[in-house]
Ligand binder design. Structure first.
Ligand SMILES: OC[C@H]1O[C@@](CO)(OC[C@@]2(O[C@H]3O[C@H](CO)[C@@H](O)[C@H](O)[C@H]3O)O[C@H](CO)[C@@H](O)[C@@H]2O)[C@@H](O)[C@@H]1O
Length: 540
């Protein structure tokens, strides 16, 4: 069965009404901020060739700071412009095509379904310890996924999302697994009704569980970190989110026998954090604020402490003209520069993403406090989603995902993974790959000069929306879910995990490994554990 994809709808509607379509989507529960509240996108009115030349990326020192310090690295507009600089065939490009090194191979439309039609599946993460080692438990690999009933349209899934899990036998080579990865759907993780108790106003029309990470400790103890979101029906019959999202933690236990895996506990749901309006924007400041996707970890440089990165926004009132010269990031002599006022006149200041940092105040991980954000993308993009800290060769990588539609006026990039490298969890992070930040994008027929939103060339590539919500695993393996494959006249929605790909991470570069799997495409839903744990065994 095919569902009409809202992206293609927007593409067909063209720029004049696209902003209205975005507002409508947001009213139905989306948190992607429209670029302009009332007017059509300012960027669509730009001349076809708005960029006469390219700036250099902003220099970033990668210097490390104390995690509690008040230093926030910037992903600047000059940095983000490198995405175009390395892909535009006409404009003195560094590369003369969208570089294959940062582009995922195209996924075919005849993909298998990992849940065999039971549920829609999207954001997914493995069972790990605080160092991101992926554990099997008594010989079973386990993953956690946002799931929703297949009776819903795929784009309605966010409003009804719950946390589910899958398991499969560990230690089987990908080539010997069934095409869909061989996972068994275990059902929902939490007992019904508990994750929504945190909201003072219980009159929500529905309440959802968003992403997330799950950590394993000794004796089969697990802690699930997730985002609680409540939707309230307004007089016009739309679902809105007046209550701030909460970052939550619920402790439970994993059990397994030779037949499979199940969980107990999850009776207590602890509220850890809600946006404070000082470091992290809240709903009173912006109805389209983003606050979610906790990822917890320990930093070898700060033993005994547990940290969390999460998706946030700069804490200004929506519409505040808060972007600075530093957010632009241009250097003296750059052939192309913009002033903050120029870009804010085009509403770029409605896109104010950051990556947040918090630290636990107790060993039970039930009490936390905010630290200043580690990265801001003011006037660059509105969403830096599902951030994760990834340690390799003594470097600290910050990976995050971003939609094309959330880039600010005048900057652009494909759906995919963006990466930043530094020397600590708080660092002057340098965007990877020619200073752009693009680590792994969906394949596109990019023509960045046609303006937002959804230029026809972009949408004509069947892979432009093939994958989202990537998660970078040990060994550079990257898993993601399939969103839509095809063009507007012939497409198939996903709702299942796509083929795992591998990126080679080396210093400030990443590169798609096309020798991995079949031309770079590994097994579908292939999330291999790299450690096995028995009950009672300490987890490193
Ligand atoms: O389901 C919520 C979790 O999913 C994440 C990452 O996948 O957020 C994705 C996000 O985008 C989806 O909705 C958009 C608008 O409806 C749509 O344009 C996009 O294609 C979808 O992937 O979901 C929220 C809510 O709709 C939106 O703000 C995000 O961009 C993750 O961050 C959430 O925990």
């Amino acid at each position: 069965m095919m569902f009409l994809h809202h992206r293609f709808l927007k593409g067909a509607l063209a720029a004049g009404v696209a902003a209205a379509a975005l507002v409508a989507t947001a009213g139905a529960g989306a948190t992607a901020a429209p670029r302009a509240a009332t007017a059509p996108s300012a960027q669509s009115a730009l001349p076809a060739q708005a960029v006469p030349g390219f700036p250099e990326p902003t220099p970033h020192t990668q210097k490390a700071y104390d995690p509690a310090a008040d230093f926030t690295a910037k992903w600047t507009r000059a940095d983000a412009r490198q995405i175009k600089a390395m892909s535009d065939p006409t404009a003195g490009s560094r590369q003369n095509s969208m570089p294959e090194d940062y582009t995922a191979p195209t996924v075919p439309q005849n993909f298998p379904d990992m849940s065999n039609g039971k549920v829609w599946v999207w954001d997914t993460w493995p069972l790990t310890d605080a160092a991101a080692h992926q554990y099997s438990y008594k010989g079973w690999e386990v993953v956690f996924s946002l799931v929703a009933d297949r009776k819903l349209g795929f784009d309605d899934r966010h409003t009804y999302a719950k946390l589910g899990y899958f398991f499969r036998k560990a230690g089987v080579p990908s080539s010997q697994r069934p095409a869909n990865g061989g996972w068994t759907y275990g059902g929902l993780v939490f007992p019904k009704g508990l994750s929504g108790k945190v909201f003072e106003d219980q009159s929500f029309s529905h309440q959802t569980e968003w992403s997330g990470s799950t950590r394993i400790f000794k004796n089969g103890e697990v802690k699930v970190f997730y985002t609680a979101v409540a939707f309230y029906r307004n007089a016009a019959g739309q679902d809105t989110k007046p209550a701030d999202a909460r970052i939550m933690m619920s402790p439970g236990k994993i059990f397994a026998n030779d037949k499979g895996v199940w969980f107990g506990g999850f009776k207590t749901h602890n509220e850890l954090l809600k946006p404070d309006g000082k470091l992290y924007q809240n709903g009173a400041q912006n109805p389209y604020y983003n606050f979610r996707d906790p990822f917890t970890f320990q930093d070898p440089a700060h033993p005994g402490k547990t940290y969390m990165v999460f998706e946030g926004n700069t804490a200004t009132q929506r519409g505040t003209r808060a972007c600075t010269t530093g957010d632009m990031g241009y250097q003296p002599g750059d052939p192309y520069t913009e002033t903050p006022d120029e870009v804010m006149d085009r509403n770029a200041h409605l896109q104010m993403a950051n990556v947040g940092l918090a630290v636990a105040d107790n060993t039970e991980l039930t009490k936390w406090h905010f630290l200043p954000p580690i990265l801001s993308a003011n006037c660059v993009t509105d969403q830096t989603e599902r951030p994760q800290i990834y340690l390799k060769d003594g470097k600290y990588y910050l990976f995050t995902i971003s939609h094309r539609s959330t880039f600010a006026a005048g900057v652009d990039g494909p759906e995919g993974v963006y990466g930043f490298v530094g020397n600590g969890i708080r660092s002057d992070f340098q965007p990877v790959n020619r200073g752009s930040g693009l680590a792994l994008g969906n394949p596109t027929n990019l023509n960045f000069n046609q303006g937002f939103p959804f230029d026809p060339d972009y949408n004509q590539h069947p892979g432009a929306f093939q994958a989202y919500s990537h998660y970078v695993m040990p060994g550079g393996l990257v898993q993601s879910f399939i969103d839509t494959i095809g063009t507007k006249d012939n497409f198939r929605r996903g709702g299942t995990l796509g083929p795992t790909v591998r990126i080679l991470i080396d210093g400030d570069t990443t590169k798609v490994d096309r020798t991995y799997g079949n031309g770079g495409l590994g097994g579908y839903a292939d999330i291999p554990a790299d450690r096995d744990i028995k009950p009672g065994q300490p987890v490193s």
